[in-house]
Each structure stands twice: as C-alpha cells, then as structure tokens.
Design a protein around this ligand. Sequence first.
Ligand code: FPP
Length: 228
Amino acid sequence: MDGNGRWAKRRGLPRIEGHRAGAESVREIVRVAGEMGLKYLTLYAFSTENWQRPKLEVRALMHLLEFYLQQEIPELAKNNVRLAAIGRLHELPSSAQRQLEKGIAALKDNTGLTLVLALSYSGRAEIVDAVRAIARDVKTGAIEIADITEESFGRYLYTAGMPDPDLLIRTSGELRVSNFLLWQISYAEIYVTETLWPDFRKAAFLNALDDYSKRHRRFGKVASSDSV
Ligand code: FPP
C-alpha cells in the first residue's frame, strides 16, 4: 500500500495523515473486493523493515491498525468477511495482538472474502521460519527429508491453506517486489499503477481487475492454441 508518505508530502501534511487517508482506502477496497466476490485480499500493512521507521510513525501505524480493527469489525461481520494475519505477529505490541485475535475469532465463521493482513511480515523471514519448522519436524522424525516437496513446503508457510495470489497490485509506481510473498507470487500477474495508495479507490481497483481479466496466463506452458 505504497505512497501514503508522498500523498501527505504533496499536501504539506505529516506522513501519518497519509497513513490515515490510506486506512480509508483500505475500508473501500475491502468492501469492493467483497462485493466483487473475491475470495482473498492480502494487504501488506507493515513489513519487518518498517520497524526501522521513526518511533513516532511506527507507534502511529500501530494505533491506526488497532483503531481500524476496533472500528471495522461490525462492518466486516456484516459483509461476511473473514480475517487472517500473516507475519511475525508476536513482534506486534500486545494490545494490537489482542485486537487481532479478537477480530479473527469474531469473524472466523464468515464465508465471503478472507482479508489477510501482512503485519511485521517479510517474505524471506517467512521462508526461514518455514525451514526451521521443517528442520524441527525432520529432527523429531515427524517427517522424512523425502517428504519435503513444493506442496508440503507451502504448508509450513504463514499462508498455509490459502491459494497463491493471482494478481499483485503495486501502487505509487514502484517496480519492486519488496519482500512480499516471495514464494507465493511465482506466477502472480503484476499490475503497477502510479496512483498513490490513499487515492487508490474503487475506480482504480476496478481498472486493475479489468486489466487482469485480459491477461493470458500460461504458467510457463504454451497457450493451447499455439501447440504443434
Ligand atoms: C507504505 O507507504 C505504507 C505503509 C508502510 C503503511 C500502510 C498502512 C496503512 C495503509 C494504514 C493502516 C493499515 C490498516 C490495515 C488499517 P509509505 O509510507 O512507504 O509511503 P511513501 O512510499 O510515499 O513514503
């Protein structure tokens, strides 16, 4: 959800105002994703690298997250949204962890969109955590080395049980992956827009989905019409 800082700077506002406006985009995009019948929406809300931002900004972001969770649960419940979180969640302030657990529990039986918040998340850390868990299981004899396959590896990731993303949207024109879902995005379609996250609302999201719907996905194979 890039571009909050730049959005604020262009208006002569403190960065946190950009994050606040970004939280409004989160509300709208989650609502639209549900309405469109999407099954999963993962938002990169806070990376492990983000801990190195100024203390005041980190604190403000954590407050914003807690406030969002507190305020939004009834609306998410009404819209049949389920909540999940991925990342080194134990690194979050305990109040944010509690709020998250509360939200996840309150929405666990919903069957519409699953909103996944990536918090204190890093793709490399996720892979390292998975390797550690696998090594432990090999050591205790719970699994054999031969049992380690692409499929079983996926079950050790934070995203176990979730489908890989079909579409990766990058706002504010950044042409980087930034440590996001490194394993899972192998075949994701990438969509980059110059729009800053606080300006990324319904129309911009529908444009991204429309662009995606025109892509021909081949997953490394040839299109059936091209086979000889
Ligand atoms: C990146 O923009 C954005 C973040 C690090 C935080 C994203 C958080 C929110 C949108 C609000 C809270 C989240 C939820 C789920 C309610 P940036 O600050 O790097 O912007 P810049 O690249 O323009 O500096």
